[in-house]
Design a protein around this ligand. Sequence first.
Ligand code: NAD
Ligand code: AKB
Length: 328
Amino acid sequence: MIYSLSNLNIMKSDRILVIGANGQIGSVLVEYLKGIYGEGMVVASDLRVPAHPAGIFEKLDASDAQGLSALVKKYKVTQIYHLAAILSAKGEQDPLRTWNINMQTYLNVLEVARQNDVRKIFYPSSIAVFGDQAKGQAEQWSYLDPATVYGISKAAGENWSNYYFKKYGMDIRSLRYPGIISYQSMPGGGTTDYAVDIFHKAVNGEVFECFLKEDTKLPMIYMNDAMDATVRLMEAPKEKITVRTSYNLAGMSFDPAEIAASIRKVIPSFEITYKPDSRQEIADSWPGTIDDSQARKDWGWRPAYSIDKMTEEMISELRKSHIHSLKH
Ligand code: NAD
Ligand code: AKB
């Protein structure tokens, strides 16, 4: 892929299990990890088997601890990336179910990993852990008062990670991802989803109706930067990791009017309208910007994409797949 990770000391013998591999992040991460560790070293798993699985795929409901344990033993897994979760907007439709799924799957991962000496775990947290106390900019150690059940579950997961690190010495690493923007995959029920959908509408020549107000600024990151940050964190020397809850991570911050303006630099005829819905309230509870200086200091994190650089690449990549789908 795009970045050189050659300055990192990657252990090619690691056997990696990705849980929730069919989602927006998982479908890109699995290919990214295969490129680094080798095709046969990455086991993808999810609730459903994809139509055309590439490489090793196992059907797994991570709520089933025994099934998870069997998989870890079968493949002698040494690293787990636990991506399965219900995201912010979808999560609010059934809060108790969201809590149960998000927490039970993660507790299963922690216990199965502990019992099977899994070397490392990646836990994706979110900007959703922040609430009113971090309005404006969220610092690394801002108070966490999340307004959604999704955010509550992520904050709890961060604390469980720290607990397993302190009590059992388990090497669990985590990032508070901003909204992720990708051309390869579609998002699955979050509040930042508009920032992906807007590109598809722009490339298709359609007017985009935005479910957030034009001045709702949120932290976002391009998928390539998110992949780089994830593996860079996972491969950093252990002594460099000073945050065992979760690291703040920033790429860029923009509001819908700003991303529309960036798109118009490439597609001048692009039009956007605004019709805020229930997701506005969730977005209003999140910070506009993120201070990620701890991640920069500890393991050398630097994003490579500005808003305009990302826009150009998103449009160019989506145009290729648009042309491809017109041909078939
Ligand atoms: P997604 O909704 O696109 O994918 C989640 C995947 O998990 C789905 O394929 C789903 O089938 C699977 N899944 C759900 N329940 C499962 C279960 N019980 N067992 C096995 N698989 C199950 O989500 P995503 O955007 O790829 O996000 C991955 C992780 O990153 C999540 O934990 C999410 O909270 C976090 N995150 C994502 C973003 C983002 O912008 N995409 C931002 C912050 C944090
Ligand atoms: C969501 O909007 O729920 C996710 C996130 C920022 O965690 N994209």
